[in-house]
Write a protein that binds this ligand. Structure first.
Ligand code: FES
Ligand code: FES
Length: 158
């Protein structure tokens, strides 16, 4: 039996054949080959799998496909050409300038939360930045550089 669900991914409507409780992460990675979104813990504990659904960060490892039917999903692959392109490009430049990534594994999830933060807040405080990254684990300890890079991107965008 076929299970078809339409989701909008990076601006394109895509009809997916998967059982409704398939985690969105596996649809993105296995069916759509969008491997920029990473698997870390699979239990909503690390943030590596974060994507935006209707502009809000969600953990795709624990988000069933059925929950995003007809919703707009944005992944790291589409963020520099989507509605948040200006913010994403400023963040990218700041990430490079501050040398934020080390191994890089956590970074696509971090960037998606950073895009959501700056979309709703053009001048976040340290506390607001820390709150936005709650639940994002970086084993390489990029937190201080990440915070500085968000401030730099926000300044560039103002
Ligand atoms: S893989 Fe989803 S939160 Fe860790
Ligand atoms: S840069 Fe390595 S886990 Fe974050």
């Amino acid at each position: 039996m076929q299970n078809r669900t339409t989701i909008r991914v990076n601006g394109r409507d895509i009809n997916v054949d998967a059982v409704p409780d398939t985690p969105l992460l596996w649809v993105l990675r296995e069916q759509l080959a969008l491997t920029g979104t990473k698997f870390g813990c699979g239990a909503s504990q690390c943030g590596a799998c974060t994507v935006l659904v209707n502009g809000e960060p969600v953990r795709s490892c624990v988000t069933p496909l059925a929950a995003v039917a007809a919703q707009s999903v944005q992944t790291i692959e589409g963020v520099q050409t989507g509605a948040d392109a200006r913010i994403a490009r400023a963040l990218h430049a700041a990430w490079v300038a501050h040398g934020v990534p080390q191994c890089g594994y956590c970074q696509s999830g971090m960037l998606m939360s950073a895009v959501a933060l700056l979309t709703g807040n053009s001048n976040p405080t340290d506390a607001e930045i820390d709150a936005a990254f709650t639940g994002h684990i970086c084993r390489c300890g990029s937190y201080q550089r990440l915070r500085a890079a968000v401030h730099t991107a926000a300044r560039e965008l103002r």
